[in-house]
Design a protein around this ligand. Structure first.
Ligand code: 16G
Ligand code: MG
Length: 571
């Protein structure tokens, strides 16, 4: 046994080197044997964790990657002296893909510096894993070696409905067993449910306790908050929820059991696309990504003109609303709209409650936010806007700098964060009138209704529903708050996307030199012309976004900018 004595780690002594017992190193290596690395592949922990094809399960190396994620989770749990989470999902990707991501103790995304460790371990062959694990342990735990001895690492994990899930769980368990992690397998869950559980576990017995760390606790918390905010309001007609044939279907149906029906002053939810028996149905011609990118309703949703509809993605962390009007024109209400809807409501409520002067409310968007949405927030709502690069973690961090930070990507990922200051003020303010009492009760309930750990399609949907009920708005009223600028998104395949380096929250290209000048020149040719190009973080392509005063102009601008990208990409 060669664990160093924790007392050796005091300052002024040479850095201790931790040597793990040989039997532990052997267990790591042996446990990985059934999950060999594929030499020709390179794996990278990206914005959405690791994600790839998993169709024949073991022959793409995802099992190896998942095994190494189990090891990283053990180190992360030791480092933070807390429970961490692992979610096996590939979100909106096709059914044959799968992936994995880590959840940090507060239910947020893995800290960025650890993405590199995860990438290193994922690319390490099985016979070197013990060695590399020990190296990482030294690198990450060196200043708090005592944590090695304090308590076992603790991990909770879950998966979505993909057919490859159960096999990948065996690889994960093999790693967790090899390094003596205490774990709980939560079976099937939505991504936000797992984030919720992680945060509940780690805040238990604190003033910021998040809730009961169970699936039932999640439903009860949300249903109770929903009933409080709904008090005396009526939701107009049913909402049709397309669950992308993913895990959101069974989970939403479970939640419905806890919610009051429309007759009881609650909500009538029609669940569609909830087939989790046919694996190939997942995300196929349905779900939030389909609706957002194709700008049309799922063909089999049977929605009638005027019906209020929304779509979740495969792991239920994204939602978009839409309806078709009497002329059969499709109208999308995306993440930008949910952000403005939520912000209007929260700003109104804080005003009525008489606490608006003490709270800084703001909205966080990415460059993809429609220019009309940004203008509406700044000029009509008079709220500040922060723009960040694409990817939930960037928006989440920026939103945490406000007292009430509403963040959404246009694609439907998002939530609202309340600062400790805001929570305290909302909880402790004494109402001076029935109106103030109602506003404070509603705000208190919103803190519980909204899943602050991470964007949660089901919670966001309920939040949007109660705000619509409070305002007595139809989707058409909601859409009329401002008119989106016509826009166009183009995907350009280039030889090497890494030469496209964006700055200023991805709104400008710093390299290749000269490309931005050309983009600027084209933008100036159109009324309200705005465009940008950024390298995708998830696939080998550059994405171009353009908007302008008319549809034809937006499309023209998009193709001109795409041409600039092609030109520089082939130089
Ligand atoms: C990932 C991100 C999503 C982002 C998308 C952009 C998370 C959980 N997911 O799916 O927020 O919108 O990547 O993809 O952060 P792109 O870089 O290929 O455009
Ligand atoms: Mg998702």
């Amino acid at each position: 046994m060669s664990y160093p004595d924790p007392r050796d780690s005091v300052l002024n002594k040479p850095k201790p080197v931790i040597h793990l017992p040989k039997d532990l190193l052997d267990r790591i290596t042996k446990g990985a044997e059934p999950y060999p690395i594929l030499a020709e592949r390179k794996y990278e922990y990206g914005t959405a964790g690791f994600r790839m094809k998993a169709v024949e399960f073991s022959n793409v190396g995802l099992d190896h990657v998942i095994y190494t994620v189990g090891l990283i989770a053990a180190l992360r749990s030791k480092k933070r002296n807390a429970t961490v989470g692992i979610m096996i999902t590939a979100s909106h990707n096709p059914a044959e893909d799968n992936g994995v991501k880590l959840v940090d103790p507060m239910g947020d995304m893995l800290e960025q510096s650890w993405e590199t460790y995860a990438t290193v371990l994922a690319n390490t062959p099985s016979d070197k894993l013990g060695f590399e694990y020990e190296k990482l342990l030294n690198e990450t735990l060196i200043s708090n070696i005592s944590q090695l001895h304090e308590r076992p690492a603790k991990v909770v994990f879950a998966r979505d409905t993909r057919a490859s899930g159960p096999y990948l769980v065996t690889a994960l368990k093999a790693a967790l067993d090899a390094v003596n992690v205490e774990y709980t397998d939560h079976g099937l869950m939505t991504t936000p449910q797992l984030h919720y559980i992680v945060r509940c576990i780690n805040t238990m017995n604190s003033p910021y306790a998040f809730g009961e760390p169970t699936e039932q606790g999640y439903y009860e918390k949300m249903a109770k908050a929903f009933k409080t905010v709904m008090h005396g309001r009526t939701i107009q007609g049913p909402v049709t929820v397309d669950c992308a044939n993913g895990v959101g279907g069974p989970k939403l149906k479970e939640l419905i059991k806890y919610l009051p029906s429309a007759k009881e002053g609650g909500i009538d939810i029609k669940v569609v696309n909830d087939d989790v028996v046919k694996p190939e149905a997942l995300n196929f011609e349905c779900g939030a990504d389909y609706v957002k990118t194709k700008q049309r309703a799922p063909p089999n949703s049977n929605a009638q003109p005027g019906d209020r509809c929304c779509s979740l993605d495969g792991d239920a962390d994204r939602v978009v609303y839409y309806y078709t009007d009497e002329q059969k024109t499709f109208h999308l209400l995306d993440g930008d709209r949910i952000a403005t809807l939520g912000a209007v409501f929260l700003a109104d409520m804080t005003r009525v409650a008489g606490i608006d002067q003490k709270l800084k409310i703001g909205i966080v968007q990415t460059a993809y936010a429609n220019g009309a949405a940004t203008e509406y927030v700044e000029k009509v709502l008079k709220l500040p806007v922060t723009i960040t690069p694409t990817g939930v973690k960037h928006l989440h961090h920026a939103a945490a700098r406000y007292d009430i930070g509403v963040y959404f990507e246009a694609n439907g990922h998002g939530t609202v964060l309340f600062s400790e200051n805001a929570i305290k003020l909302i909880r402790e303010s004494e109402p001076k009138s029935p109106g103030q009492k109602h506003a404070l009760d509603s705000l208190r309930a919103c803190i519980d209704l909204i899943n602050q750990a991470v964007g949660d399609a089901i919670s966001d949907m309920l939040f949007a529903e109660v705000v619509l009920a409070h305002k007595s708005w139809t989707l058409e009223n909601w859409r009329n708050t401002y008119i989106d600028l016509p826009n166009r998104l183009v995907r350009v395949v280039v030889n090497d996307r890494s030469i496209f380096k964006a700055v200023d929250a991805e709104r400008r290209l710093e390299s290749p030199k000269g490309a931005q000048d050309e983009i600027d020149k084209y933008c100036q040719m159109y009324i309200k012309g705005r465009a940008f190009a950024r390298a995708s973080g998830t696939e080998d392509a550059v994405r171009v976004y353009a908007e302008a005063h008319s549809k034809t102009e937006a499309e023209k601008l998009a193709s001109q900018v795409a041409e600039v990208v092609r030109k520089y990409g082939s130089m």
